[in-house]
Design a protein around this ligand. Structure first.
Ligand SMILES: [Zn+2]
Ligand SMILES: [Zn+2]
Ligand SMILES: [Zn+2]
Length: 139
């Protein structure tokens, strides 16, 4: 039985019958296919990590319960992890007691207040003034 001519899995070009190459017409196509494979593999890994993080740490903001634009805030005042997506997702999972889900708006408020570094006596007076504004607001 004669073997059907095979085609390159990457570009579709017909492979030479006596080609020692099994599935790709050239090194270029092989490298291209390998790159795609690793990209998909990584994407799948990241997707699974996200699902795990959402399941184990939560998906709604600890302040307002919204599931929109949620990220993960480090609660011990340590720096937030940086680096590649799969690295910081793993970091969340390994330290999940230290992270809470929080929406973008409330995350911004938390860090803005932290950056202002107001004292607690200032804080009390400011909140007092803010509450009066809120009490008289009609919108
Ligand atoms: Zn090819
Ligand atoms: Zn929120
Ligand atoms: Zn944060």
């Amino acid at each position: 039985m004669e073997n059907k001519p095979k085609k390159c899995l990457e570009c579709g070009k017909e492979l030479e019958t006596n080609s020692h190459r099994y599935r790709y017409c050239s090194n270029r196509c092989f490298k291209k296919a390998r790159k795609k494979y690793f990209r998909d593999y990584k994407r799948e890994e990241i997707r699974e990590l996200w699902l795990k993080v959402q399941k184990e740490i939560g998906i709604t903001c600890v302040i307002c319960n919204s599931p929109k634009d949620v990220c993960y805030h480090e609660t011990n005042g340590k720096e937030h992890p940086r680096g590649r997506e799969n690295q910081y997702l793993k970091h969340y999972l390994e330290n999940k007691a230290s992270f809470v889900p929080i929406c973008r708006k409330h995350h911004w408020i938390v860090h803005t207040l932290a950056n202002i570094r107001i004292t607690s006596s200032e804080n009390e007076k400011i909140l007092n003034l803010v509450s009066k504004i809120l009490a008289n607001r009609t919108d």
